[in-house]
Design a protein. Structure first.
Lengths: 335, 263
């Protein structure tokens, strides 16, 4: 069943172009020059109930603008959208009871009060039945393992603890769709994994549809089955995450800090990206050699002070998809 | 439906407790302010050699000031919070709630004001009583003060939310607030009872909403008069209606051309 339907959705912002200097400012005041920013240009897609969808794009690609239109707080410039059968910007309030939002860089909890107080306020705002609210809270506290932080002022929580409370807060009213905008931003690896597990569990237990935007290739790989890539307001990829992985996520970078001088290293599918003093950066094609093998071989040969393995940055993946889709003739004769 | 907004107000009031240090400093500033003005007015009455100025005795004018300040220092200044939320983009959360955003902000403003008002009132009564050595006012005056002060805080909350919403258009709303504040100080009758002004200015001021916030409650306390009270409350209600209408219109505009900042 289709839960979100988007048809030629467009959003253009109009901003005043600022001219430099005092004279320029005065001129802008009386004779403003507008610049149109096409944040979203004609999106078409559908999301099925219970789906876990990643919405990927670099900064300013139009991800957040799209989410804000789908939850009804931004009016589009053109096009149509239906979320749970409602037009979000016309029926924002009734829709609000059925959707949850988490904006990773913003907080919905009262900074100086314990999370429990914010939860209670939300329960009132969403007009939850008191009995049901208690049961729901109990359930979420258990899953998210936040019992010990519930009565601590939010300002005293770590980012990871706070994030668990934030997500729990947006699930109190049992939404059918959860919009997550960069939920793992700024979290360390262990906490990231924890948050991902929780989101997965919720999706499986309650069938909540997950609409996720992230900068983190890991989030997308672990959490989602389908990915849409948006670039300059247009969808440039819509398909399975497994295909995305096979085509664009198969390389990883291994950064080493050696305790001995670098003497070179060769293995199939391993390429030297950078080497400077004791610092070395390698690119590993995991289709040819596994990361375990490469690390084992490196350890056998070198004394290593530090090692990290990273996914390629999202920007790089997007650039690759973009290049792969652009015919060579449009590249302006690049070699 | 209304209970939700009441609960929002209650949480806001509770939150004030977490800013108790700020509340404490506010009341200290109230004490300093009153001490300075008590000395000023004493000198003014001595120099003039009169026992009444514009119908106010020395004690009355100090009590007037204490009550006017009680209201003024209890205003919520919610435009600060609103404009910051607009600038940082966290306004997105509150916009996504099944509530009316302007009503949410009004409820929060009044919740913020309530505990401040109680504290300021106690401090003002104490300082003015010690400073003048005289108890001015009456029980009907106090009741009239409580009623008009409540309406005054609602009126001010409407102004503050309106100023806060301007943040969707202009980057810095503080200058707008400062203009509003200076109007309250002057033709709002905060520092000087309106009766002291020249007649033409008094007449003009009485048509404007600013005197309804500080002057009306303070006047009702020191010189209780049923006719004046009825006129004051009517004025407050009319302007509450007018500003609610403006707020409704402005909110519609905001929704149409809303820009939510940041990622």
């Amino acid at each position: 069943m289709t839960i979100i339907k988007v048809d030629n959705l467009t959003k253009t912002f109009r901003t005043v172009q600022k001219r430099p200097g005092v004279r320029g400012s005065l001129r802008s005041l009386f004779k403003p020059e507008y610049q149109a920013i096409h944040a979203v240009r004609g999106l078409d897609f559908e999301v099925a109930t219970g789906e876990r969808l990643a919405f990927i794009g670099s900064n300013g690609a139009g991800k957040s603008t799209t989410i804000k239109m789908l939850v009804g707080i931004l009016h589009p410039t053109g096009g149509k959208a239906e979320v749970l059968g409602r037009v979000p910007w016309r029926e924002r309030a009734p829709l609000a009871y059925q959707i949850g939002t988490v904006f990773g860089q913003k907080s919905q909890l009262w900074y100086h009060l314990p999370a429990a107080d914010s939860f209670e306020l939300l329960a009132r705002i969403y007009a939850l039945d008191l009995e049901e609210y208690r049961a729901r809270l109990h359930y979420l506290v258990e899953i998210f393992d936040i019992a010990e932080y519930l009565h601590v002022p939010v300002r005293k929580l770590s980012l990871g603890q706070r994030m668990r409370c934030e997500i729990a807060a947006s699930l109190l009213h049992s939404p059918r769709i959860l919009f997550l905008d960069e939920p793992t931003i700024g979290l360390d690896v262990v906490v990231k994994q924890r948050i991902r597990d929780l989101i997965l569990e919720l999706n499986e237990r309650e069938g909540v549809t997950i609409f996720l935007t992230s900068h983190d290739a890991g989030d997308v790989e672990v959490l989602c089955k389908r990915a849409m890539v948006i670039n300059h307001g247009e969808i440039i990829y819509d398909g399975k995450v497994s295909d995305l992985r096979r085509n664009y996520l198969q390389t990883k970078t291994v950064s080493l800090k050696l305790a001995v001088p670098w003497e070179g290293f060769s293995a199939q599918g391993v390429r030297l990206l950078k080497q400077r003093g004791y610092g070395v950066k390698l690119e590993v094609d995991t289709a040819q050699t596994s990361i375990e093998q490469v690390i084992a071989q490196l350890l056998a040969r070198y004394r290593i002070a530090d090692i990290t393995v990273d996914d390629p940055p999202m920007e790089e993946i997007i650039a690759q998809i973009y290049l792969a889709q652009t015919p060579l003739s449009e590249e302006g004769g690049a070699c | 439906m209304l209970t939700r907004y009441l609960f929002v107000a209650r949480v806001a009031a509770r939150r004030q407790w977490f800013y108790r240090r700020e509340l404490f400093w506010r009341s200290i500033s109230m004490i300093l302010f009153m001490v300075v003005f008590i000395a000023l007015w004493k000198t003014a009455y001595q120099v003039s050699g009169r026992s009444e100025l514009a119908g106010y005795s020395l004690a009355q004018v100090i009590w007037y000031l204490g009550m006017a300040e009680t209201v003024m220092l209890s205003t919520s200044r919610s435009f600060v919070e609103i404009s910051e939320a607009v600038k940082s983009g966290s306004v997105a959360y509150e916009l996504a709630r099944p509530l009316s955003y302007p009503l949410l902000q009004l409820a929060r403003s009044l919740g913020n004001s309530a505990p401040r008002f109680l504290l300021n009132l106690m401090v003002a009564l104490l300082v003015v009583l010690l400073g003048t050595g005289q108890l001015v006012g009456s029980v009907p005056g106090l009741l009239a003060f409580l009623l008009t002060a409540g309406l005054a805080l609602l009126l001010d909350a409407l102004f503050a939310v309106l100023i806060g919403l301007l943040a969707f258009w202009i980057e810095e709303v503080m200058p707008v607030y400062l203009i509003y504040q200076k109007l309250l100080f002057s033709i709002g009758g905060l520092f000087l009872p309106l009766e002291i002004f020249p007649l033409w200015l008094q007449r003009a001021a009485k048509w404007l909403p600013f005197q309804l916030i500080a002057y009306t409650p303070a006047r009702a306390y020191v010189a209780f008069d049923v006719g004046e009270l009825v006129r004051g409350v009517m004025g407050q209600l009319v302007y509450i209606g007018v500003l609610s209408g403006v707020l409704w219109l402005l909110w519609r505009l905001v929704q149409r051309r809303l820009v939510v900042h940041g990622g």
